[in-house]
Ligand binder design. Structure first.
Ligand code: Q46
Ligand code: ZN
Ligand code: ZN
Length: 321
């Protein structure tokens, strides 16, 4: 007996992807439709933004951020891109190339900031200068510069490409340690407050695999390699663990995250609101901060005066750990 080719649930054409969590297969056209519908549902359910809003999409050159930018434009939203050059060797050079080519091919506006050119440091140097893991200085730089670009550019919201796998992995990590403050803030949309812009994650209902298929179908080229200094990152381990659970129980990952949002988040809201401290302005850059000088200005001061560190040194250090 020969196996029947799988068919699209909607139109019965040959399928390009099977999605066990939906217990269905889809052709290219209907997978793109499913992705758009899931994004629209997240935007609507969480009241992220409206077509009148001006959006700033943080694009890294990876599949998720390029896909969300593409989907927003296709859906008629006004969305510009923001690329931050992190100075992580060849990986950053390649990532920047994908972003620039994507923006140019679609005639989209792209804002570029480069840590080395504009602030005198890069992520490997900051990691050594602060004696912290690279992701710590990297994350701080991203948060600060995305917020600032959005406020200064008059954008209504910052959009990031975090997907269901990313959010479920973070939730898993925070739950393992019962990090109540982090859990309270783990929402697909954070409203503008205290000088910070609104932040939205329209892809939280879509998986990594679905986004990779979306990019393939839409002809979006993206950087496939992971960040070289992410190796050993705890989230990668959580993703693997969740993938194993998903393999045994399709749909478990989405249930874990989406039920958290529906059932647990409301219970944590009160705790989150009372945890907010007083916020003033940074003496250096004017950004909102609870101290005199914000963490980003302190990072710039420490890192820009440090001798430049090539990415290989940070890689070597990680391997020896
Ligand atoms: S935080 Fe860490 Fe990423 Fe920065 S250093 Fe690489 S892995 S790029 S999302
Ligand atoms: Zn179809
Ligand atoms: Zn500052």
């Amino acid at each position: 007996m020969t196996a029947q080719p799988s068919r699209c649930r909607v139109c019965k054409a040959p399928a390009v992807i099977d999605l066990p969590r939906h217990n269905a297969n889809f052709c290219a056209e209907h997978l793109v439709q499913l992705c758009s519908r899931q994004m629209a549902k997240a935007i609507e359910d969480w009241e992220m933004f409206t077509p009148d809003d001006r959006l700033l999409v943080a694009v890294s050159g990876g599949k998720d951020s390029l896909a969300v930018w593409d989907m927003l434009i296709e859906a008629g939203y006004r969305a510009d891109g923001l690329y931050l050059g992190l100075g992580i060797g060849e990986y950053s050079d390649d990532s920047g190339g994908y972003v620039r080519r994507f923006a140019a091919s679609r005639g989209l506006k792209l804002i570029t900031i480069d840590l080395r050119d504009d602030y005198g440091y890069d992520v490997p140097t900051a990691a050594v200068a602060t004696r912290r893991v690279p992701c710590s200085a990297c994350g701080l730089s991203k948060r600060h510069l995305f917020d600032r670009a959005a406020i200064e550019g008059g954008y209504d919201a910052v959009v990031t490409g975090h997907n269901l796998d990313d959010e479920a992995a973070v939730l898993f990590g925070n739950t393992l340690r019962w990090e109540i403050d982090y859990l309270g803030r783990q929402l697909p949309v954070l409203p503008a407050a205290n000088g910070f812009p609104r932040k939205c994650k329209p892809l939280v209902r879509l998986t990594e695999r679905e986004m990779a298929a979306y990019c393939l179908i839409r002809g979006i080229d993206y950087v496939v390699e992971e960040c070289p200094i992410a190796a050993g990152n705890r989230h990668l381990g959580y993703k693997e663990a969740l993938n194993e659970i998903e393999r045994r129980s399709p749909g478990a990952k989405a249930a874990f995250y989406l039920n958290f949002l529906n059932k647990m988040s409301p219970l944590l809201a009160e705790h989150t609101a009372s945890a907010r401290g007083d916020v003033g302005s940074c003496a250096g850059c004017g950004a909102p901060t609870t101290g005199d000088v914000c963490a980003f200005c302190r990072l710039v001061e420490k890192s820009s005066t440090h001798e430049a560190v090539p990415v290989e040194i940070v890689l070597d250090t990680r391997i020896r750990r």
